[in-house]
Design a protein around this ligand. Structure first.
Ligand code: SIN
Length: 293
């Protein structure tokens, strides 16, 4: 096991006069106060939010009152919105996923460590989730800083991983017999895409902050190019454990009206399902990203 994270932790950046902010943990995440996201934002405010996002990877905004249209308008300030290839959006807006876990659901959406849609050639830049209805307790979301996970590796391991190519597929989640087939809400469709394997660097460089991060996840990374199965299983097994170690994490406790945006280029996340028997409803949009390099 490697030592403690060497990442310096969240920094407050941007013009602080726009907002008050408080770190969520020593590893990543920033709670931002004093911005009403239902209102049109100035370019300066958006630039300040973007700077804080690139530095802290997870931003939490409390006490928001947002219609789907206002949430989409906020998301569009960061790029074009995406649709999910396997989960249907709302009737009014295909880009909006109403993620509802019913009291009798056996599984939940996002219930395992992952980065969103890494099975696509161009995975989403980030996701923006708004809490509509929450269980009385539980239903938190965990995040893990993949820059910090990379930084904590030895130089020998970094040298081994730099240049390796990960193989990603939607099959284990959305293919026939995959995780999602246990859920009513996540009907299996698009089997052609579920059978595809795409290649991404195991170590990617963030296009905006320039930092390296680990880019494999247990949900969608199925192998390492050129390695025998038992070799890649051993290496990925180590990486899946290492990338989500506690020193790299923060935890978001939701309240109705909380909005969280996270950077899929630098974090993994895990939606806990510790509220069986209760309902949870969150509304998600995603911003398109580019090909990882
Ligand atoms: C997701 O993985 O997008 C869902 C996260 C959550 O419900 O907290």
């Amino acid at each position: 096991m490697t030592g403690a994270a060497t990442h310096p932790g969240p920094a407050l950046v941007g013009d602080r006069s726009f907002f008050e902010a408080r770190p969520l943990s020593g590893a990543l995440g920033l709670e931002v106060c004093g911005i009403d996201l239902s209102q049109p934002l100035t370019d300066e405010t958006v630039a300040s939010i973007r700077a804080a996002f690139n530095e802290n990877h997870v931003l939490v905004f409390r006490e928001q009152h947002l219609t789907p249209e206002q949430q989409m308008a906020f998301g569009r300030r960061f790029g074009e919105l995406d649709t999910h290839p396997f989960v249907d959006g709302s009737d009014a807006h295909p880009e909006v996923l109403e993620i509802i876990t019913e009291p009798d659901d056996r599984i939940n959406f996002g219930g395992g460590w992952h980065s969103d849609v890494t099975f696509l050639d161009e995975p989403d830049l980030g996701s923006i989730l708004f809490a509509v209805e929450l269980p009385t307790t539980g239903g938190d979301t965990l995040f893990a800083n993949q820059h910090a996970a990379y930084d904590a590796l030895s130089d020998v391991m970094k040298g081994l991983l730099d240049g390796l190519v990960g193989l990603h597929s939607a099959g284990p989640q959305y293919g026939a017999g995959g995780y999602s087939t246990k859920s009513k809400a996540m009907a299996t469709k698009n089997q052609e895409l579920a059978a595809r394997v795409v290649e991404h660097p195991v170590v990617r460089t963030h296009p905006e902050n320039g930092l390296k991060s680990l880019y494999v996840n247990a949900a969608f990374t199925v192998g390492i190019k050129g390695m025998k199965k038992e070799e890649s299983n051993a290496l990925l097994g180590f990486l899946f454990r290492h990338t989500v170690r506690e020193p790299f994490t923060c935890r978001v406790q939701w309240e109705p009206g909380t909005l969280v945006m996270w950077d899929n280029r630098s974090v993994q996340h895990y939606a806990l399902h510790d509220y069986v028997g209760q309902r949870r409803h969150v509304r998600r949009i995603t911003v398109k990203g580019d090909r990882p390099t």
